[in-house]
Structures are given as C-alpha cells and as structure tokens.
Design a protein around this ligand. Structure first.
Ligand SMILES: NC(=O)c1ccc[n+]([C@@H]2O[C@H](COP(=O)([O-])OP(=O)(O)OC[C@H]3O[C@@H](n4cnc5c(N)ncnc54)[C@H](OP(=O)(O)O)[C@@H]3O)[C@@H](O)[C@H]2O)c1
Length: 353
C-alpha cells in the first residue's frame, strides 16, 4: 500500500469516527489510523459502542508488530484512565509507537492526560491536526463535556408559511416520507428525544427510531423524554409502549421554574447525569419556545414543505422575543433538498451578555 501523509490519515480518522455516531454515548466518537515507520496504513479503528474497544486498540490489534516505530493518528487525545477498558496511552506505549498525532485534546478531566503520559514515555506528541473537522464530528460530545449539559438540536416541520398544523389541528403529514425518514435517521444519532406533553396529548407520537416502511425498530433507541410538569401523560400513550425507554419528566421530580413548569436547565443537567450527550427536541412550539428563550438550543433543523396553510399554529410560540431587535439571529450552515422538502440547518448566534 502507498504511504499517506499524517494529514490524509487524520482525514480518514475523522471519517472513521463518524461511523460510531449515535452508538458511543456517554463516550465520544473516535477514529484512529496507524501508520508504520514508512507511512503506510497498517491499522484502522473507531469506537463503535460504549464499553467496546477504543479506536486505538482496534487499530493496534490490526497493526500487530507493524505498529512499532509507527505513528498513531487519533481524532481525540488517547485516554489515560481505566474505565470499562484500559488506558489507550499505555497500550500505545506498549506497542512501541514513536509518534502520536492528535486532533483535539480530551476535555474530560477523568480521561485526559494521555498526551502527558505519552510524552513522559518518550513518544513525540503532535496536537492540532485537522482540529476543526474533528471538533465538528464530535461537537455534541465535546460541547456537553465542556459545559455539563447535552447538546440540544431542535427539529421541526413546517409549511413555507411557517405553520406546523392546519386550523383544524391536523398535521399529518406536513412533510414528505423522505423528510420523515431523514428524521428517523437523525433520531438514531442522539441519546434522547424530547417532546412536551402537549405534543403527546395532540399526536400520541411513538418517538422511536424506526424504518417508516415496515415499522422495524432501529437496534439502538434514544431515551424518550416527555416534559410534563404535572404528569398528564396518559397511561396508554404510545410513548409508554415499551418499545424504548421512556422518562416522563415532571416538575416534582426535576424541579420547577418560576412559572411552575419543568425547570429546563435542571432537566438538561439530569439528562447529562444519565449519560445523554446529544438530545433532539421534537416538539412542539410551546416547549421549543421555552428552550430557545432560555438559550438552551445549540442547533436547529427545520424541514420546510412546499405547502401553504395560511392559518393554524406556527412552528414556534413565545420564545421571549417582543421586538425585532431581539430576534434570535441564526447562521444557516446547510440547506439540503430532502424529497420535495428542504432541510435547513442553522445555529443560533450567541447573544451579547
Ligand atoms: N410541526 C412540528 O414539527 C411539530 C412538532 C411537535 C408538535 N407539533 C404540534 O404541536 C402541537 C402541540 O403544541 P404544544 O405547544 O402544546 O406542544 P409541546 O410544546 O410539545 O408541549 C407543551 C407543553 O409542555 C409542557 N411543559 C413542561 N415544562 C415546560 C416548560 N418549561 N416550558 C414550556 N412548556 C413546558 C407544558 O405543559 P405542562 O405545563 O402541563 O407540563 C406545555 O403545555 C400539536 O398540534 C402538534 O401536532 C408540531
């Protein structure tokens, strides 16, 4: 095999890491490429599931003796602690690699320190190769570890005039099957799906990740969370069907905000405590408004259908904005056609304190 540059190997490692998205929480996604002394790829790995071998261990196992004197190219600083698996720093030292190239330092105080351990063992450590790409690939985990609550994506579906239901309350379906299939794929990449009790009472959604054609459930299901201040979720609601874990989060359990409703900051802290790193807020307009008003939304994914309703509820209710100067400014990062609909991804701009 031809030799590759460290930069090229990191590009490959970032792509490998992405294969673990949605399956590794509470751990990060990580990819690793091992080059021998001549720069030839002798091992590749990614972290596939929590409790499973880390990316470096998979790549080292493939490389065997050819790792000696080689370079390990890793998207995240190798861990330095014994959790469900042993420290990767020690495994790299034992394998005799002479250089480790890292894209992003580990922000987790429990696992960090791998670079220092490697250096102390005489291994050359280079930090900062393709950092931006590796950060983007691990954004939910990195963000949640740095600040202590999950990365929250608000997803909604609306007509071109911004309505989420018709005047008579019917809303199935605003968007196409292609868009709804895309949503199920998105559910497969997060650890929890959140909805307000208003949506549960109106639509009785399942909130599972599944194949829309035959109903087959995805192997890994996000935790279903109903935000329900006073416990109004009916006993026979579909979210209670046993197809996936469900938590009906009440104000009594989580704590109440000044309005007596579930305290959303406390809710996110509790989800983080339960191992949730990425969460998808699926509804509806009241709860989304409250999360946005509190500045707790990290990314917005809107599916916009080429339809007009002219009347009916809008996709978002009160988000704490009363005048145009206070509008929540967004940066659109992606616009992709999905069937006849458009998927628009946007990031709220951070407000001045
Ligand atoms: N197009 C879309 O993407 C989409 C998605 C979802 C839903 N929908 C539509 O939205 C409609 C339901 O709207 P909705 O606004 O009632 O649903 P919602 O936002 O899902 O639920 C609102 C309820 O959440 C509860 N909640 C608990 N803590 C809260 C807090 N801190 N802040 C705000 N709310 C809190 C409140 O009830 P308690 O105070 O009793 O807890 C509130 O009434 C349905 O017609 C549905 O079809 C559309």
């Amino acid at each position: 095999m031809a030799s590759v540059s460290v930069d090229e190997a990191m590009r490959r490692a970032v792509a490998l890491a992405a294969r673990g998205l949605g399956a590794t929480s509470p751990n990060p996604v990580v990819g690793c490429v091992l080059l021998d002394a001549d720069g030839e790829v002798v091992g590749e790995g990614f972290h596939a599931y929590a409790g499973g071998p880390h990316a470096e261990i998979v790549a080292l196992a493939q490389a065997g003796k050819r790792a000696r004197g080689g370079t390990a190219v890793v998207t995240l600083e190798p861990c330095d602690h014994t959790g469900r698996t042993g420290p990767c720093s020690h495994a790299l030292i034992a394998a005799g690699v002479s250089r480790v190239v890292v894209a992003v330092p580990d922000p987790n105080p429990v696992a960090s320190g791998g670079a220092a351990t490697l250096r102390a063992a005489g291994i050359e450590v280079t930090l900062g190769v393709r950092t931006e790409e590796a950060e983007a690939g691990n954004i939910a985990w990195l963000t949640s570890m740095r600040r202590g609550w999950p990365y929250l994506i608000w997803k909604y579906a609306a007509t071109l005039d911004g309505r989420s239901a018709a005047a008579d309350g019917t809303s199935m379906w605003i968007t196409s099957e292609a868009a709804r299939t895309d949503v199920h794929a998105l559910r497969g990449t997060v650890d929890a799906v959140l909805a307000g009790v208003g949506t549960v009472l109106a639509d009785d959604p399942r909130l599972t990740a599944r194949n829309l054609r035959d109903g087959t459930l995805a192997i890994r299901q996000p935790l279903r969370v109903v935000v329900d201040s006073s416990g109004r979720t009916p006993a026979d609601a579909r979210v209670r069907d046993g197809a996936a874990r469900t938590w009906v989060a009440t104000a009594a359990e989580v704590g109440a905000g000044p309005d007596g409703r579930v305290d959303l900051t406390a809710l996110l802290a509790e989800l983080h405590h339960r191992g949730v790193r990425a969460a998808l807020l699926e509804g509806g307009p009241t709860l989304a408004g409250a999360f946005l008003a509190a500045g707790l939304v990290d990314r917005i994914v809107g599916y916009v259908a080429p339809k007009l309703l002219g009347a009916g509820p809008t996709a978002l209710r009160d988000a704490g904005v009363t005048t145009i100067a206070d509008a929540i400014e967004l940066e659109i990062t992606d616009v992709t056609p999905v069937g006849p609909d458009l998927r628009i991804t946007a990031l709220p701009r951070k407000r001045e304190a």
